[in-house]
Design a binder for this molecule. Structure first.
Ligand code: SF4
Length: 409
């Protein structure tokens, strides 16, 4: 979201800055570790709050991700239920309401004249009350099937679900799409859904950039459907800010695509494909019940890169515990070194997060697997990175963490 000129002033003895954004606005009050930040979409839908050094990020389904730091400890986080999130929204609304009241009473000092749309935007946030917030979350569920996960650099994309669910749903460590049937939408269905998404995002749409083609595995769709689907998305989102499209391709036993296929998708706006590789170690993939072989990833990435696409490769840290660790590291390094990666690509390292309802938890217990501690998972990442053939710094893929607990859309 781009930043526009801000206005500054004083209220209740505290400095503040109100900054309009494309599609929204942000208001910060106070300084340093006492700062409070309130960011809303232009429609009044809450986006992010910071108070008491805690960050609250509202998801479109009405829940919230809360993050905070405790000195000497890793970042803490928790997901709030809708009711808990509503209480946070109400707290923010009370502060905005007090500010609006002071504005109307002429009790706010400005360094420069405030923009004319400041008060209407603040009032829109006040109108987004509990009933509006609940209604908004209900509408989200009418527009979208559950959105399991996005790559970290795509949290601000507009998600358009040209497919639903996962075509495999076998991987023991993944519950994102359990219970959802896999479905490829017709071009008409894609266009209808995309229009509903556009309506739903409303005036807040400019806060976003790019289009992520959902869901888990959109690129397994046959080419004629994919091309028509991308064209339908383009008709609904013609603005340059939504010109770039992104998608997952997770596992490779679906229809294989050639470099010419990927070039045709690139010509319609596809820019990067995110591949849930998890590991280059075949026995580990079979233990995880991940379809396909590591070599399939090599063929797919070669085809994508030949078409000018970039890739995001996701490696699962700690998968298979101690028993698979050596093979995981060695074979993943070998595979990554065989991939034609460059500076446009990203290597994501994602820590395995096991919940009791996962088949992985059952399999690991049955096999007596010894899990890797967080520090051992970090060491696994360092070992893989250290094993990468050194390319000139300007030619190296970006290396980043992928913490699924941070996901919010
Ligand atoms: S292919 Fe991907 S989305 Fe589907 S079950 Fe496996 S990890 Fe989950």
């Amino acid at each position: 979201m781009s930043l526009l000129p801000s206005v500054e002033g004083q209220w209740q003895g505290r400095v503040f800055r109100w900054r309009p954004l494309e599609g929204g606005w942000t208001w910060s009050l106070g300084l340093y570790d006492q700062v409070e930040v309130y960011t809303y979409e232009a429609s009044g839908r809450p986006w992010t709050f910071i108070f008491d050094r805690v960050i609250y990020r509202r998801a479109l389904n009405g829940t919230m991700l809360v993050k905070w730091r405790v000195p000497g400890q890793p970042r803490q986080r928790r997901r709030l239920s809708q009711d808990e999130a509503l209480a946070v929204e109400a707290r923010a609304r009370r502060q905005v309401a007090a500010f609006v009241q002071a504005l109307e009473a002429g009790q706010v000092t400005f360094r420069h004249a405030p923009p004319a749309d400041m008060l209407p935007r603040l009032r829109a946030a006040l109108a987004f009350d509990e009933a509006a917030s609940r209604g908004d979350a209900t509408r989200f569920h009418q527009v979208y099937r559950p959105i399991g996960i996005l790559p970290p650099d795509q949290y601000l994309a507009v998600v358009v679900q040209i497919t639903e669910g996962c075509s495999f749903n076998t991987c023991t460590f993944c519950t994102f799409y359990r219970g959802q049937a896999f479905r490829i939408k017709s071009p008409q269905q894609v266009e209808h859904h995309a229009r509903a998404v556009r309506d739903f995002l409303g005036p807040g749409l400019p806060m976003r950039r790019g289009v992520f083609l959902g869901a888990a595995n959109a690129l397994v769709a046959p080419m004629p459907r994919l091309l028509a689907g991308l064209e339908a998305v383009r008709r609904v989102f013609p603005e340059p800010r939504f010109g770039d499209m992104f998608a997952f391709l997770d596992a490779f036993s679906g229809e294989r695509k050639s470099p010419a296929d990927y070039a045709a998708l690139a010509a319609r706006g596809l820019r990067r494909v995110y591949i849930g590789l998890e590991s280059g170690h075949g026995p580990l993939l079979r233990f995880l019940r991940k379809p396909g072989e590591p070599e399939d990833a090599l063929v797919a990435v070669q085809a994508m890169k030949a078409a000018g696409l970039s890739v995001g490769i996701i490696i699962l840290l700690g998968a298979g515990g101690q028993r698979f660790a050596a093979g995981h590291v060695a074979d993943t390094i070998a595979l990554l070194n065989a991939l034609p990666l460059d500076r446009d690509d990203i290597l994501y390292f994602s820590e395995l997060v096991v919940t009791p309802n996962m088949p992985y938890a059952r399999d690991a217990a049955r096999e007596g697997l010894q899990p890797l501690r967080p520090d051992e998972q970090r060491a696994q990442m360092q070992a893989i990175v250290a094993g990468l053939r050194v390319a000139a710094p300007q030619a190296r893929p970006r290396i980043s963490r992928y913490d699924i607990r941070e996901f919010v859309y």
